[in-house]
Design a protein around this ligand. Structure first.
Ligand SMILES: [Zn+2]
Length: 119
């Protein structure tokens, strides 16, 4: 059942911290070239629901392929806590790496496979 809750997330070294309002019932496991390397389990939210508490100056932007997404990782520890992009209607959107959310047990989520490799 869709349910939006507030979560806190961080990178490994703690430079990047944020709060985000998310519905994790739509979580996905993507098979694209970067997600498969990261082992990321993702959930999406409007960018307006993400509050960066620290680390704006620590975030590096990485892009590849069609460059539709900005993969934001910490320059110190290298962990990608989220990516930024836009929905088809243009709404700024973030894809949150649920493995970076405090206390999140991603194995208890029924994350759906997502065929990002074919996009
Ligand atoms: Zn870090």
């Amino acid at each position: 059942m869709p349910e939006t809750k507030s979560y806190s997330g961080s990178c490994h070294c703690g430079a990047v911290t944020y709060d985000v309002e998310l519905d994790v019932s739509g979580a996905i496991k993507c098979n694209c070239s970067i997600c498969s390397r990261l082992g990321a389990v993702l959930a999406f939210a409007p960018k307006s629901k993400l509050t960066l508490k620290s680390g704006e100056d620590a975030l590096v932007d990485y892009q590849f392929g069609k460059k539709r997404l900005h993969h934001r990782h910490c320059r110190s520890c290298g962990i990608e806590t989220f990516a930024e992009g836009a929905m088809p209607d243009g709404t700024p959107t973030v894809a949150i790496n649920l493995r970076c959310i405090d206390g999140m047990d991603v194995d208890k989520l029924s994350a759906r496979p997502f065929d990002g490799r074919s996009l």
